[in-house]
Every structure is written in C-alpha cells, then in structure tokens.
Design a protein around this ligand. Structure first.
Ligand code: SAM
Length: 298
C-alpha cells in the first residue's frame, strides 16, 4: 500500500511541490489524520461492488481511502489548480474519475448514469466545503439520485441541526427536510487539530441513509416543507402566529388555520420546535385544502 497523503508532512510536501496555497474562500481545510479517514470510509460501508461519489477531493486525502475500498470513485472538484495535483497524488489508483466542476452546477444524475452504470450501491462520502454544506446536501437529496446514502464531514453546529430531535434547540426546518428523506445520525465529532489549516469551528461526521418510504405520507411534499419553514420563521412565536404571518394569505384566514390545527389534533399555542415530523405531516395535509396551490382564488 502506498504512503498516506493525509499526514502533516506529506500534505506540506505536496503543497510545496505544486506551489499551492490553501483557498479559504473554497473551504479548503484538508484532513491530515489517516485514522479519521479510515473511520469515515468505514461508516460508508463500502465494498468493491460500491461506487463512492466525493465532493471536493482537495489533494486526494479521502479519495485514496475511497479508491482502496470502493470499486470506483467519482469526485467533483471546483478548483482547477488541484487537477494536476490529484493526477500526481492519485496516480497509484486507476479507479478514480475527477470531474472539474462546481457540484452545485453539475448534472450529477447524468454523470452517475454515464460513469457509474455498473454499480447499484452508491454512497456520497465527503469532507464538505463548509461554506456550502447545506446547499450541497439538499441538492443531492432533492434531485432524487440513486444513492444509498451520504457520509459527510461538516460543521458540528449544522450536524446538530440536521440530526436534531423535536423539543431541542437545534430542531428546525432543516432537521425536518433531511429526516424526511433520510435516517440521519451523528457518528463522530472531530477535533480541529486533524485539519490543515485548522478551521474556526468544530466538526462532525453524519451518516444519512435514504429512506425507502417517507416517515409520513403527505399530499404535497413542497407544501409540507413550506409549512415546516413557516412554523419556524420566528422561533419564539406560537405555531398559530407563525402560520398566520408566513403562509400566503394566512393573515386573512386565522379561522382556517385554527380549524386545520384542530383537525390535526395540535394545540395552536404550541411552538414549531415541539412538533414531530408526523405532526407536521398531519398539519400540512389539514392546511393544504385552504392554503395549497389549488386553493388559488378561494
Ligand atoms: N477531501 C479533502 C480532504 O478531506 O482533505 C478536501 C476537503 S476541503 C474541506 C473541501 C474541498 O471542496 C476543497 O478541495 C475545495 O476546493 C472543494 N470545493 C469547494 N467548493 C466546491 C464546489 N462547489 N464543488 C466542488 N468542490 C468544491
């Protein structure tokens, strides 16, 4: 086996050899601890029959662990300067395909069809660039890609929000959207010392496994997410006040909101943060008739 990229000495050597500097604006905090990388890779449960999709390979620290464990790695890197570096550092591996692209603009579904058609087990595994963690995760989940799941490193505070349970400070619309699509758990917290350069925030790894069936059946997913967002618009406010202020035409329809809350068996004085996903589902369906898209002109 070749020497790990992810040690402080080798990372420095690679950066110097290629005359590279870290770009803070692209969230470039590279991992320099092989143990953390082994753990991240293990949490993804990869075999040679799996393909790994990586966002932001950097200089290849995680990529080489994925290449050793999975059948194939497809990695998206936005920074052109890193392409010759990756060609160099990953030269021992013939199963890595680097796509030079902003993952937010890439047609990931098409690339999966073209490049990974032989694989039925697909996992996203990444140490995400922290300035865009949420948009990247939401894109990968909402585009309905054929993924088993995602194992990603991100800011601890965002990891807490994604995995939060009802009644906690971190619980909000992000918890609901992600837990609607996946079973999400925090599997590891990670000290700043395993990065070069060290980030300002604490980090964590979460594992999200796509659900085969959603935890609640709703008439409209889009409307369900809108109700969840509206319910948390101002956390101190009650459900009734938030829904009145933030649902379209909510102001004119206090009675309708009260009726829907009653039908869903939810006290109007409760706060959004106390509702389970199932309760949000019931509430969303009860509100849909009055406030959903087909209620135009009512
Ligand atoms: N995987 C490497 C590691 O663990 O050492 C690097 C991780 S570093 C936190 C994030 C990487 O994402 C950087 O290489 C950065 O250039 C890349 N990146 C930032 N924004 C991106 C985007 N929108 N699309 C693809 N890659 C991006």
């Amino acid at each position: 086996m070749t020497k790990d990229i992810a040690t402080p000495i080798r990372t420095k050597e690679i950066m110097e050899k290629h005359g590279l500097t870290f770009k803070k604006s692209l969230g470039q905090n590279f991992l320099i601890d092989p143990n953390i990388l082994r753990n991240i890779t293990a949490y993804a449960g990869l075999t040679k029959k799996s393909a790994a999709i990586e966002i932001g390979p950097g200089i290849g620290a995680l990529t080489e662990h994925l290449a050793r464990t999975a059948g194939e790695v497809l990695a998206f890197e936005i920074d052109q300067r890193l392409l010759p570096v990756l060609e160099d550092t990953l030269s021992p591996y013939d199963n890595v395909n680097i796509i030079h692209s902003d993952v937010l603009k890439a047609d990931v579904a098409e690339l999966i069809r073209k490049e990974l058609s032989g694989y039925s087990d697909l996992m996203v595994v990444a140490n995400l660039p922290y300035y865009v963690t949420t948009p990247i995760i939401l894109k990968l989940l909402l585009e309905d890609l054929p993924l088993r799941g995602l194992v990603v490193m991100l800011q601890k505070e965002v990891a807490e929000r994604i995995t939060a349970k009802p009644g906690t400070k971190s619980y909000g619309s992000l918890s609901i959207v992600i837990q609607y699509y996946t079973e999400a758990e925090m599997v590891m917290t990670v000290p700043k010392s395993v990065f070069m350069p060290q980030p300002n925030v604490d980090s964590a790894v979460i594992r999200m496994i796509r659900r085969k069936v959603p935890p609640v059946n709703v008439i409209s997913e889009e409307f369900f997410f809108e109700v969840a967002r509206s319910s948390f618009a101002q956390r101190r406010k009650t459900l009734l006040n938030n829904l009145q202020a933030h649902l379209p035409k909510g102001k004119e329809k206090k009675e309708a909101i009260l009726g829907a809350l009653h039908k869903a068996g939810i006290e109007p004085g409760r706060r959004g943060e106390t509702l389970t996903i199932e309760e949000f589902g019931r509430l969303s369906d009860a509100l849909y008739e009055e406030f959903g898209p087909s209620s135009e002109g009512k």
